[in-house]
Design a protein. Structure first.
Length: 145
């Protein structure tokens, strides 16, 4: 847990963002995604989520109601936008200029994209390798499972 003035960087920041997004989704939906990976570069933060749908949503989608599930998820993400933005602003110490969100049914993925008002000036820093994803070696990537 971070203290109010603490600034996280690199993989620690990404893990904290992933955890915040998963926690908020769990609060709103009743269950969070089983995997989350966040990366950031400059003004952009991307959180990709896996296994996001509830049993009811999977049943609706397999019954031919994919569009309904996507519309419902879009409405939910619009409802969550303020809390997601507040969480990201608290972690990055930057204002969120734009929030974009999308879902995919098969395979079950979602993406939360945040555009910040100012870059997260970390270009010269290297994060703790223990917080990086095993594949890819992105110095600003973290995975939460």
């Amino acid at each position: 847990m971070t203290s109010p003035g603490e600034t996280l960087k690199g993989g620690a920041l990404n893990a904290a963002i992933s955890n915040a997004v998963v926690r908020l989704l769990g609060e709103y939906v009743g269950r969070g995604p089983t995997k989350a990976r966040t990366i950031h570069s400059g003004r952009f933060v991307l959180c990709v989520l896996e296994d996001t749908m509830t049993k009811a949503e999977r049943s609706l989608a397999s019954g031919g109601h994919e569009d309904f599930v996507l519309r419902m998820r879009h409405a939910l993400q619009t409802t969550m936008q303020k809390e997601l933005t507040v969480a990201l602003e608290a972690l990055t110490h930057r204002k969120v200029a734009a929030f974009l969100s999308a879902n995919h049914i098969e395979p079950d993925f979602a993406a939360e994209v945040f555009v910040l008002d100012e870059p997260l000036n970390e270009a010269a820093e290297v994060s703790d390798p223990s917080s990086e994803e095993a594949e890819g070696g992105d110095s600003h990537a973290a995975i939460v499972e």
